[in-house]
Design a protein around this ligand. Structure first.
Ligand code: MG
Length: 231
C-alpha cells in the first residue's frame, strides 16, 4: 500500500504564515501591497496560487517574476516560522505517521500543493521528521496544463515504480487530506480517500464530496491505522 499525506491543515498548521510571507514577498519585490482577495488556497497547487496572485495584482507572469516571488516567499516563510508557536503539528499527525511507518509493506509519501523546499521546511519547523515520506509528489510536478492536484497521483505512482521496481495498484493507495480537492484527487484516480476536518471543511461536507472516511482529527491513531491498512 501507498499512503499519501497532504501537508497544510492535515499534518500541520502555520497560522497564516504562508499568506503573510506571500504578501510581504510581493510588496518587497514590486514595491506595493498586494491583494489576495478571492485567491483560493486550500487544496490548491502553489505554482497556480503564485501565478493567480501575480495576475490578480496586474504583474506579468514571467518566469523571472515567478521565480523571484517564490524566492521572497521562501525567505519570508522561513523568518515567520522562526517565531515560536507559528507552526505546529495537528493532533495525532506525528503518531499516525509513526504508526504507519512501523508497518512492513507500507510506503508513505507526501502528495501536496506545496513546492518541495517550502513544504519540507514547514514540516521540519513543525517538528515532523520527513524521512518516513519516501514517495512524494509536490505542487509543481504535474506534467499537464493546467496543472491539477489529481495529476499528482500518477507522479507518485511512477516514483513508486522507479523506487521499488513494481507497480502500485491505485486501489491500494490512500490519499489523506483536509479539502474537497484531496477527496477529488483520490476518487478520480481510484484511490481511497481519508478526509480530516482540520481545515476549512467539516466532516459532513468531506463525506458528501465522496471521502471514504471523514474524521474530525487524526487523533485516533489506532482506529485510523486499522482503517488505512484494511484491504
Ligand atoms: Mg491541505
Amino acid at each position: 500500500m501507498l499512503i499519501l499525506f497532504d501537508i497544510d491543515a492535515t499534518l500541520i498548521k502555520t497560522s497564516r504564515a504562508c499568506l503573510h510571507a506571500m504578501s510581504d514577498g510581493f510588496e518587497h519585490l514590486f514595491g506595493r501591497p498586494c491583494s489576495l482577495e478571492g485567491i483560493q488556497y486550500a487544496g490548491c497547487l502553489d505554482p497556480v496560487i503564485f501565478r493567480n496572485v501575480l495576475v490578480k495584482n496586474n504583474v506579468e507572469t514571467t518566469n523571472e517574476n515567478l521565480a523571484n516571488f517564490r524566492d521572497q516567499y521562501r525567505q519570508g516563510l522561513s523568518q515567520r516560522l522562526d517565531v515560536p508557536g507559528t507552526g505546529y503539528l495537528l493532533p495525532g499527525a506525528a503518531e499516525l505517521v509513526s504508526s504507519l511507518d512501523a508497518i512492513d509493506d507500507l510506503t508513505l509519501g507526501l502528495l501536496t500543493g506545496n513546492f518541495e523546499d517550502t513544504g519540507r521546511m514547514k514540516l521540519e519547523r513543525c517538528g515532523l521528521d520527513t524521512s518516513p515520506f519516501v514517495v512524494n509528489a509536490f505542487g509543481d510536478e504535474s506534467p499537464h496544463e493546467p496543472p491539477l492536484r489529481r495529476h499528482l497521483v500518477d507522479v507518485a505512482l511512477s516514483r513508486f515504480k522507479c523506487a521499488f521496481g513494481k507497480k502500485m495498484d491505485p486501489a491500494e493507495v490512500v490519499v489523506i487530506g483536509d479539502s474537497p480537492h484531496d477527496v477529488e484527487c483520490a476518487k478520480s484516480n481510484g484511490c481511497r480517500s481519508l478526509a480530516v476536518a482540520t481545515g476549512l471543511h467539516d466532516a459532513n461536507l468531506l463525506r458528501s464530496e465522496g471521502a471514504d472516511l471523514a474524521v474530525d482529527s487524526l487523533a485516533d491513531t489506532r482506529h485510523l491505522t486499522t482503517w488505512i491498512t484494511q484491504r
